[in-house]
Design a protein around this ligand. Structure first.
Ligand code: NAP
Length: 483
């Protein structure tokens, strides 16, 4: 994929700022470590200008009808789908995931534009029957105001539209800061919105210094809501710093998902699902399985089939046909995976397959898909988000005990159970302390359903009509009338 040496990446009030007049930072291909392009390294001044543009555009955007706003979102959805192959290629080049997964993400990202185009004209209020004859009580949903949005690199397209689409549908204006590893998908999405007819200032993009951009958003009285997807540590920081202006917050944070394979699971299905859950996006998914508990009666069969399938996974540059595992995003990500592996092995884990870096002739951050057995509860891999292709497998024999283990974490994003018994599926789902439970399903993130964690995995929901509620305030109007 050929790109210009420099790419404009700051978009304020409907205008792209020339990257030639700014400090820049380089975007690298994580598979080859080759530079792709340079983007602008903005900070306080650009963010202030973007907030000002958004505040001013908000005044007219909020007054448009939901139907008028939805037309732009429908158009953006159409444009994104038409261009899905090219956008997928850009996504793979900057993020590393296999092309097929990248195109799938782009289509999923477009799905949020469609869903919220439909929702834009359905922000219903309420008419509350009054206990007093001379009163009428109304509840009107209104947009929160200017939104500061900060997104991660692991889903560079869908994490953006999952925020932008409901915010725009609700009538909010936005300032977006994408992750420095993956600004190119963000730039493409903003271009699509521009082409779809988004009025100037409603969507603004600032790439650059995370702290300066984040702090400027936090310090601004005009930014009424911070919507963030990323690590729990940064989420906590934003939460603390939002206190001064009592901003609304919507936080999608880290996870530590357990998979529980019960004795009544369909083992072939369980193996394929576990494979997708752990190795999709190379394990760099907030909802991907971090630890697997398998019932002792099916452990041998599960492990044997799993090892066979893992050995078949092709590693390499995501643009290459048949590749299932691309590179990790950066050096720190690789180091974290190595640290988790070392810690597990030192403490007695057995490496069933993988267990080392992959040296297939590419310079990028590759690691072999790895399965560990004999893991104990005190190991890092059983407690921290690995965000890489290591699957620790532990044996259990009691339903209540495994539920306690699954819940024994500060995280509460997603958990999975594989069982063919309906009663067990319902009973265990209800007892798991997670915002999302997948029953024989490891891809629960869809535009029409509320996605989000509990405990230290976040506050608020993205997706579904619940996702739009985050961007709305309910105003109560009490009217005295003459009878
Ligand atoms: P991260 O380090 O928290 O970064 C996320 C974003 O926050 C980046 O744009 C980053 O920019 C920015 N950031 C960092 N420090 C900041 C600060 N002080 N002020 C303002 N912005 C700041 O997370 P990541 O490594 O990119 O993403 C992986 C994490 O995201 C994992 O924990 C994963 O579980 C979580 N995640 C959660 C969900 C969900 O839906 N719950 C979905 C996807 C990912 P810089 O890189 O420039 O610092």
């Amino acid at each position: 994929m050929k790109l210009k040496n420099k790419t404009n990446s700051i978009f304020i009030d409907g205008k792209w700022h020339s990257v030639d007049e700014q400090d820049t930072e380089t975007v690298y291909n994580p598979a080859t470590l080759e530079p792709i392009t340079e983007v602008a390294y903005g900070g306080k001044a650009e963010t202030e200008a973007a907030i000002q543009a958004a505040s001013s555009a908000f005044k007219t955007w909020r007054d448009m009808t939901g139907r008028e706003r939805s037309r732009i979102l429908y158009k953006a959805h159409e444009l994104m789908l038409e261009d899905a192959d090219r956008l997928g290629e850009i996504l793979t080049t900057e993020q590393g995931k296999p092309l097929k997964e990248a195109i799938g993400e782009v289509k999923g990202a477009a799905g949020f534009l469609l869903w919220y185009a439909e929702e834009a004209s359905r922000a219903y209020g309420e008419w509350i029957p009054s206990s007093v004859k001379s009163k009428r009580l109304l509840v009107i949903p209104q947009p929160v105001g200017v939104v500061g949005a900060i997104t991660p690199w692991n889903f560079p397209a869908s994490m953006i539209t999952r925020k932008i689409a409901p915010a725009l549908a609700a009538g909010c204006a936005i300032v977006l800061k994408p992750a420095p590893e993956t600004p190119l998908s963000a730039i493409e999405i903003v271009k699509i919105l521009e082409q779809a007819g988004m009025p100037n200032g409603v969507v603004n993009l600032v790439t650059g210094d995370a702290e300066a951009i984040g702090n400027t958003m936090l310090e601004s009285k005009d930014v009424r809501l911070m919507t963030f997807t990323g690590s729990t540590d940064v989420g906590k920081h934003l939460m603390r710093e939002s206190a001064d202006h009592v901003k609304k917050l919507s936080l999608e944070l880290g996870g530590h998902a357990p998979i529980v394979v019960f004795d009544d699971a369909d083992i072939d299905k369980a193996v394929s699902l576990a494979l997708v859950s752990k190795f999709r996006n190379n394990g760099q998914t907030c909802i991907c399985a971090n630890r697997v508990y398998v019932h002792e009666s099916v452990q041998d069969a599960f492990q044997e089939k799993l090892t066979e399938k893992v050995a078949e996974l092709k590693i390499g540059d995501g643009t290459e046909e048949g590749v299932k595992l691309g590179p990790l995003i950066n050096e720190q990500a690789l180091q974290k995976v190595e640290k988790h592996l070392d810690n597990a092995v030192k403490n007695g884990a057995e490496v069933i397959c993988g267990g080392d870096k992959w040296n297939g002739g590419l310079d990028g951050y590759f690691y072999q898909p790895t399965v560990l057995s004999n893991v104990t509860d005190d190991m890092l891999v059983m407690n921290e988000e690995t965000f890489g292709p290591i699957m620790p497998v532990q044996v259990f024999n009691d339903e209540d005990a495994v539920i306690d283990k699954a819940n024994d974490t500060d995280y509460g994003l997603a958990a999975y159970i594989f069982t063919e018994t309906t009663s067990r599926a319902v009973r265990v789902s209800e007892k798991l302390d997670y915002g999302i439970v997948g029953v024989n399903d490891v891809t629960p993130a869809v535009a029409e359903a509320p996605f989000g964690g509990i405990k230290q995995s976040g506050v608020g929901k993205e997706g579904g009509h619940h996702g739009m509620d985050e961007f709305l305030e309910m105003k109560y109007v009490s009217m005295g009338i003459d009878n």
